[in-house]
Design a protein. Structure first.
Length: 90
């Protein structure tokens, strides 16, 4: 797996302006919501389920995901929580 610094450099090269690490407690669930920015993420620990529309995708460490700006989605994190590296582009 790449380092956080490599993830950040790759994201900045693609025009993302905010890169951060998010840690989610075990069993966290979000209600459907949207952001005014595009997101690219890399799950680096734990498990995550990402739902957009009628599709739910289960992610394991090493899996990447994208959510376009203003797209409604919901998230659920596994029994061990999750660590996600996130790049945001406004």
């Amino acid at each position: 797996m790449i380092s956080f610094q490599e993830f950040e450099a790759q994201a900045r090269a693609r025009g993302f302006d905010e890169i951060l690490e998010r840690r989610w407690p075990p069993g966290t669930q979000t209600r459907p919501h949207a952001h005014p920015f595009a997101v690219e993420g890399l799950l680096v620990g734990g498990a995550m389920w990402l739902t957009s529309g009628s599709e739910t995708r289960q992610l394991q460490p090493g899996d990447r995901f994208e959510v376009a700006a203003d797209v409604s989605h919901a998230e659920r994190y596994g029994s061990d929580g999750a660590v996600v590296w996130v790049a945001r582009r406004r």
